[in-house]
Write a protein that binds this ligand. Structure first.
Ligand code: C2E
Ligand code: MG
Ligand code: MG
Length: 661
């Protein structure tokens, strides 16, 4: 305004000066003295308006003013140009801003994450469609001012709504500047990853951005990977990783509550046998069955884990006294013994169990497991299908058995195995008709080791197969030699372990040994125990028939101990039964013993089975057997098992036993 007034004044002033100049010129023209205009001005002729001394400064000021005006005008022009330029630039920027806003919006919509923006008052300020879609919130709800309803939609879906609210409160109240990443679990199993950071402008928080990503698939995969790493893939039971963790956890809890925990180490008896003879699929099915049955025997707070192979561990917690375990372990053994029906087979398994208690038998998981394992080993050596509580002396026994197990591997190569022969006597005629080959381990340091000690180890380690084949070959070679040299119809009996019997190549091995040694098959008796045949009658019936077709004799050893009835045995192609020595020894002690032997002999006669009485030690037993017309006998009364040379001598003499004369 001021500028404009000043400008107007200036123009008026210029106009006055110009009029004045014009007046001066007019005077000059009127006086015809144009040539000397300067003179006119310098002459002090009467001046209508202003005197000269005023006119000159006015003129100078006018020129200055004109220059000033000119400069002002230029400035104005420049300013206008600048403003236009700025305006253009602004327009351009506006366009760019619009473009970038459109791009941001498109990006926001194109992202796979759900995005929600809230202002500094925690009010909804914006969101993308994905957000609405992911949370299943109608867009009509997601409008500013409707925050409560939107939050309810969120909370209703979450597994832990309180946790969600608390985390937000913490974020807003104590860590407003924090960026935050966490996971939200939904009631329906979904998982969202939540990332949030504050929106800052000019150093002040003006809101917060939340982005949500659906990570359900990733979580499932993670879960699956964790499950695979911590569980056994066949039985789905926890593996060692979880077991160790749970034992450590139990140790802490039991210490606090002053209660006991027990570690039960299960090892299935002769499971290798099932695997090797009936195939791994069947073995796997049994392991699954075992895991299910063990799971049925425990409480929710306990754990069944697969330790490896045919080994399972049960962790029992919060026990008041050691005796509480007895009921559970007995229930487990009973459950396992029940038949498993798998495809066409009916199979049962037994297990040996070792038990160690916290805190008595170990203060950490490693020791508890080691000692439970020792006790299990002890239970195995005590005849299987049983359990033993750990005692410190078991370690020595386990150590000894482990040593035996290691050394047994080399026993064959080092020629430490030897066959002994126990004569079998014809009780009517009184002379030797054959012998049972009995294995001995002539250990360089430990002396003569009984087969009862090392055969279970050989069976567990699978060494029984090469050892058994060696026994069969040696026995046949000797029998053939004795037939050639001493007695034409000498008959040899060889014990066949269940594992050997079930081995696929048994028929082939048998045939080739007979061919190799040229022993007539009718002079070879194979001794099998009842339990072997009963285990899977259908399958082993075929095998026994094939053996019979080869021409060998089949004997049921330790008859009476396996709870099978004679009539049941009728379906098997068996030639002889060998009454177990426990019954023979009972003859002299109790009437019941006699009754049992009498019954066995009577039924065997009915079924036309030959009978061998084993373990005859006293003449009273022999007398009884003779009166009951038992055909064959074997026992210390006649002779202990003898080394090869000793037996050969006895065979050469083969004189009637004086008592049978
Ligand atoms: P088994 O087949 O029942 O053998 C009879 C066992 O009774 C033998 O024990 C024998 O020495 C013993 N015995 C014989 N007469 C009497 C007696 O009058 N009184 C007493 N108390 N015992 C008597 P051994 O030699 O210690 O063999 C034990 C078991 O080891 C055998 O029982 C058999 O099951 C197994 N065994 C022995 N050799 C072999 C073998 O080569 N292969 C397999 N698989 N098992 C074998
Ligand atoms: Mg035998
Ligand atoms: Mg026997």
């Amino acid at each position: 305004m001021k500028k404009r007034a000043l400008n107007s004044l200036l123009w008026i002033f210029v106009a006055v000066v110009l009029i004045d100049l014009g007046y001066v010129l007019y005077f000059a023209v009127i006086h015809n003295d144009l040539q000397n205009l300067s003179q006119i001005t310098t002459q002090l002729f009467p001046d209508p308006f202003l005197p000269f001394y005023i006119r000159v400064p006015i003129f100078i000021v006018t020129v200055i003013m004109l220059l000033f005006l000119y400069r002002n005008r230029q400035n104005l022009k420049n300013e206008i140009r600048l403003r236009q330029q700025i305006e253009n630039e602004n327009r351009e920027q506006g366009k760019n801003l619009e473009k970038s806003l459109a791009l941001s919006k498109a990006t926001l919509e194109a992202t796979a994450d759900g995005i929600l923006v809230v202002d500094e008052n925690r009010r909804i300020a914006g969101h993308n469609q994905k957000f609405a879609q992911m949370w299943g919130i109608p867009s009509s709800v997601l409008v500013p001012g409707n925050d409560k309803e939107a939050v309810n939609f969120v909370l209703n879906q979450l597994k832990d709504p309180d946790g969600f609210v608390n985390s937000l409160e913490r974020l807003y109240n104590s860590e407003p500047w924090a960026e935050y990443l966490d996971e939200l679990e939904f009631k329906d199993g979904k998982f969202f990853e939540r990332y949030t950071k504050p929106q800052v402008q000019g150093g002040e928080i003006i809101g917060r951005v939340f982005s949500f990503r659906d990570v359900t698939k990733r979580k499932e995969m993670e879960k699956q990977l964790i499950f695979q790493a911590t569980h056994d893939s066949l039985t789905m039971l926890p593996n060692r990783v979880i077991l160790l963790d749970r034992i450590n956890q139990a140790i802490k809890e039991e210490t606090r509550s002053k209660t006991l925990a027990a570690v039960l180490f299960f090892d299935l008896d002769r499971f290798k046998l099932i695997n090797d003879s009936l195939g791994h699929n069947l073995g796997d099915a049994i392991l699954q069955g075992v895991s299910n049955r063990l799971n049925e025997c425990i409480r929710e707070s306990d754990t069944v884990a697969r330790w490896g192979g045919d080994e399972f561990v049960i962790l029992l917690r919060h026990l008041k006294q050691e005796e509480d375990v007895i009921l559970i372990v007995e229930k487990c053994l009973e459950m396992l013994e029940k038949e498993f029906s798998i495809s066409r087979y009916k199979l049962s398994v037994t297990s040996s169990v070792g038990v160690a208690f916290f805190p008595k038998d170990g203060k950490n998981a490693e020791n508890l497991l080691k000692n439970a394992d020792s006790a299990m080993y002890y239970a195995k050596s005590e005849g299987r299908n049983t359990y033993k509580f750990y005692t410190p002396r078991m370690n020595a026994r386990t150590k000894y058995l482990l040593e035996l197990s290691n050394e047994l591997h080399f026993s064959l190569q080092k020629n430490q195995l030897e066959l002994y022969y126990q004569p079998i006597i014809d009780l009517k005629k009184g002379n030797v008709v054959g012998a049972e080959a009995l294995l001995r381990w002539n250990h360089p340091k430990k002396g003569m080791i009984s087969p009862q000690e090392f055969i279970p180890i050989a069976e567990d380690t699978g060494l029984i197969l090469p050892i058994g084949e060696w026994v069969l070959r040696c026995a046949c070679i000797e029998a053939k030699k004795w037939q050639n040299d001493i007695m034409l119809d000498f008959c040899i009996s060889v014990n066949l372990s269940s594992q050997q019997f079930k081995q696929r190549e048994i028929l082939h091995i048998l045939k080739s040994i007979l061919e190799e040694t040229k022993l007539d098959p009718k002079y070879l008796d194979l001794e099998l125990t009842e339990s072997i045949i009963m285990e899977n009658a259908q399958v082993y019936l075929d095998l026994m028939n094939s053996m019979k077709n080869i021409g060998v004799g089949l004997v049921i050893d330790d008859f009476g101990t396996g709870y099978s009835s004679l009539s049941y045995l009728k379906m098997f192609p068996v030639d002889k039964i060998k009454i177990d020595k426990s019954f023979i020894q009972d003859i002299s002690r109790e009437d019941e013993g006699e009754a049992i032997v009498r019954a066995i002999l009577a039924m065997a006669k009915e079924l036309r089975l030959k009978v061998i009485a084993e373990g005859i030690e006293q003449h009273i037993q022999l007398d009884f057997l003779k009166t009951q017309v038992c055909e064959f006998g074997q026992g210390y009364f006649f002779s202990r098992p003898l080394a090869k040379n000793e037996f050969e001598e006895l065979l050469i003499q083969n004189i009637k036993h004086p008592y049978l004369l």
